[in-house]
Design a protein around this ligand. Sequence first.
Ligand code: ADP
Ligand code: MG
Length: 339
Amino acid sequence: MADIIQLLPDHVANQIAAGEVVQRPASVVKELLENAIDAKANNIKLLVKDAGKTLIQVIDNGHGMSVTDARLSFERHATSKIRSANDLFQLHTKGFRGEALASIAAIAHVELKTKQAQDEVGTFLTIAGSEIVSQEVTVTPKGTSVAVKNLFFNIPARRNFLKSNQVEFRHITDEFHRVALAHPNVAFTLIHNGSELFNIPKSNFRQRIVNIFGAKTNERLVPVNETTEVLTISGFVGKPEFAKKSRGEQFFFVNNRFIKSGYLNHAISAAFEGLLKDGAHASYFLNLDVPPETIDINIHPTKTEIKFDDEHTLYAIIRSAVKHSLGQFNIAPLLDFDR
Ligand code: ADP
Ligand code: MG
């Protein structure tokens, strides 16, 4: 038989990768916000139309890109964040896979404006279906704006699969909250269909939680702080009497990255044992700082699940730190008739 294997063209490979990276508008939001953070922006604006189905735009005041980098940023595996495989174990950035922009540009119309501080003028690129359609010189402030339009224009099945605007927008606000909570020292704005929903100044972690979840949250927070050799844990848990039936306010950030972990979530439940009414979930906002070489982030394209070297030790430390905090606040177990 003749040889039958071929290398896929770039735009096809990008579209395949996009299937994993971009599940819905909120995935684009996450990738663009994280790029803005990695560019060291301290002011980030997110503009959305129709729950991201027609427009997702992130404007940052970060370090921007040169003309060459702007073009290269849409190539797959093109990244300024790592240079060798060893760097994977010393990550200090959100990104490192170099595939978000390539993936997004494979399945949407993208407009990029970017300028570095030292340059007089910036670059304006339009890209559609992995092709650079136009390139112009433009007057623009330092930083980067990425506008993503007509998401999934060339994948009707994905487009049709999108949920209602209400559901898709909730996913977007979830991502926005996660990034905003992980970076209280950055100012964020969120505008949906022309109305400003959030305009939160640079602040500290406690204030950021209050800015997002409302003033009444403040009195409900119990501080948690503990430093050990393998982990520094800081942040807050919600007082048990305010625990809700929904799991909405549960946040772990590992080295400033929101992560999901059923196992570590269980450590919190264990610390709250006997304190919660049946069916109620504790809320928590906890930062776990660990040496970067003790975690593996590269196990899934969206990076919300990570692997810890020693999960059992972390579990024990988290449980005891939270228990200790609850104890200090004189939060006593419920008596049986209270439940
Ligand atoms: P990754 O973030 O994994 O490196 P991306 O596809 O998200 O991959 O971005 C590719 C590259 O484009 C980044 O490594 C960075 O150099 C550049 N870039 C992307 N977004 C921005 C931004 N908002 N500001 C400055 N540079 C950016
Ligand atoms: Mg990225």
